[in-house]
Ligand binder design. Sequence first.
Ligand SMILES: C[S@@+](CC[C@H](N)C(=O)[O-])C[C@H]1O[C@@H](n2cnc3c(N)ncnc32)[C@H](O)[C@@H]1O
Length: 209
Amino acid sequence: MKESKHVQLNVTRWNKWANSYDGKGWRYVYLRKAQSSLISLLNIKENMNFLDIGCGTGWAIGQVAKLVDYKGSFYGVDLSPRMIEKAKENFKVNNNFHFINANSESIPLDDNLFDIIICTNSFHHYLNPNKAMKEIFRLLKPDGKIFILDPTADYWFIKIIDKIIKLIEPGHVKIYSTKEFESLLINAGLKYIGCKKTITREKVHIGEK
Ligand SMILES: C[S@@+](CC[C@H](N)C(=O)[O-])C[C@H]1O[C@@H](n2cnc3c(N)ncnc32)[C@H](O)[C@@H]1O
């Protein structure tokens, strides 16, 4: 699929979702649980630079900031302009929160900026995963850490789900296996530390620059 078509499909889909994204339906409860599971793995300290790629309306950023009494710089990037508008609205009183409408494959921020980058339930939508991973490498400080939470195709039924989603959702790209995540991280220059299962049975893949 052409890059521009893929971007357009995803923007349309996620702009629509943005209107209800802070709701209380089962889908959102599930996503919040998954994000909480990842957050419990972070060794977040005061005055860190933190980034969430594919941040949606910014919920995880708010939770992480709360853990350190809002001391630090908190960034969110998302492809959907509407998700970013909502995130800005949600955190308008926090002047150390920055939300940017951009593609994960080309993020307009400086090199070596972040102590921690997270990405939750978003990576499987990226058309060029190697490009996105190289951006993560560029943006992390030396020793900075990346935590990617995503469904992981280590079992036959997830591989079948991946095939079904591809048929019904044209903006979907691929659910990766642990081995593929490891290769993606290593090819971008990152160390693959390992992975942890979440309560939602997805996996968090952890890497370090
Ligand atoms: C299922 S939502 C997950 C949002 C949030 N991270 C969460 O866990 O609830 C996927 C998000 O990824 C964003 N997204 C999809 N493709 C993207 C891309 N290429 N670059 C940046 N964000 C992207 C979508 O706009 C959407 O907000």
